[in-house]
Design a protein around this ligand. Structure first.
Ligand code: UDP
Ligand code: MG
Length: 310
């Protein structure tokens, strides 16, 4: 019996990478035995020639389908759009820049046919990623392990094979703010890991800059943990206890040696310190309230202008 494999590829300003992608990927899919395939290209509101090139590919190959989003919604939303359009028995999110090696796809399919429901691609070597990105990524995973009750597998991106049941489960998660790494990890299912080496981008530039990654990390913490909300209770209690002890000390000292009116420095330090701590805690509250606000609006995660070849 032939099975169907869906590849989901988000494209945002990838005109330079498309040619390489179209040359490298379909032959690999074609070579998998007893497997029909579709490539779902999601154009995430590109402002260059990406869309017209995708449509040219789709005109020549009916198994290349294009989901045209109404504007740039971000990679997570684009992946969601692709997942909802995919009909495969197995689904693989894949980067347009060929940083995920196509040669791993048959390996993942083999593991899936052996009974795995999720096959994770793990980067055994991130040397293409700059020291800064690796360092901050490692910090992110460490901190996340502390505060969150789901464990994110380290060095694992969106590149993975998912069985249809897993995709159906994923579609049932209703949140608007979709931190995919976390959602994937939350699902569970029978998981197998295959290692690969992350290659440099085939063409073009990375779309994720420092501040975008920082926001991405915040998203990760707040989507899956309420610990940042709760620590203030303990910090506050500790501060109050320290203040109480200090008060007792001052009262006793005044009773024993009298009042000498010192303490400008200590008052100043205490006021500014606790003022800042309060502002930080309000900031953390703000992060969560902002997310509650976004969720309650119930806006769709993405909007489609047009489906091609569906
Ligand atoms: N991408 C997208 N929307 C965005 C940003 C990126 O669809 O707003 C796509 C991009 O075209 C690529 C994938 O997401 O196919 C990964 O992006 P990139 O290679 O820039 O990320 P990196 O590999 O540097 O983490
Ligand atoms: Mg990339």
């Amino acid at each position: 019996m032939t099975q169907l494999l869906s590849l989901i590829v988000p494209f945002y300003n990838e005109e330079e990478a498309i040619g390489l992608f179209a040359a490298a990927v379909p032959p690999v899919l074609e070579a998998i035995p007893d497997m029909a395939w579709e490539i779902i290209c999601v154009d995430d509101g590109s402002r260059d020639a990406t869309l017209s090139r995708l449509l040219a590919l789709a005109a020549a190959e009916p198994r290349i389908r294009v989901v045209e989003l109404s504007r740039n919604f971000g990679k997570e939303a684009a992946l969601t759009a692709g997942l909802e359009a995919a009909r495969g028995d197995a689904v693989i999110p894949f980067d347009a820049d060929l940083q995920d090696p196509p040669a791993l796809i048959p390996v993942m399919v083999a593991a899936w046919r052996d009974g795995a429901e999720v096959v994770l691609g793990r980067r055994s070597d991130r040397s293409t990623d700059g020291a800064m990105k690796r360092g901050t990524a490692s910090l992110f995973y460490k901190f996340n392990r502390y505060i969150s009750n789901i464990e994110l597998p380290e060095n694992v991106g969106d590149f993975r094979l998912m069985d249809k049941v897993v995709v159906e489960a994923l579609k049932r998660l209703p949140e608007r703010q979709r931190f995919m790494k976390g959602l994937f990890a939350w699902l569970g299912f029978k998981t197998v890991v295959v290692d690969y080496t992350r290659t440099p981008r085939a063409a073009g530039k990375s779309k994720f800059s420092g501040f975008k990654l920082w926001n991405f990390a915040l998203e990760g913490f707040t989507s899956f943990s309420t610990t940042p909300l709760k620590i203030w209770t303990y910090l506050g209690a500790t501060g109050a206890l320290a203040a109480l002890l200090y008060a007792v000390f001052i009262i006793l000292r005044t009773l024993i040696v009298g009042n000498s009116v010192p303490g400008y420095a200590s008052i100043f330090v205490a006021v500014t310190f606790f003022g800042s701590v309060q502002l930080i805690s309000i900031g953390v509250l703000g992060e969560y309230i902002g997310r509650i606000y976004v969720e309650t609006k119930q806006r769709p995660v993405y909007l489609v202008r047009k489906f091609h070849n569906f």
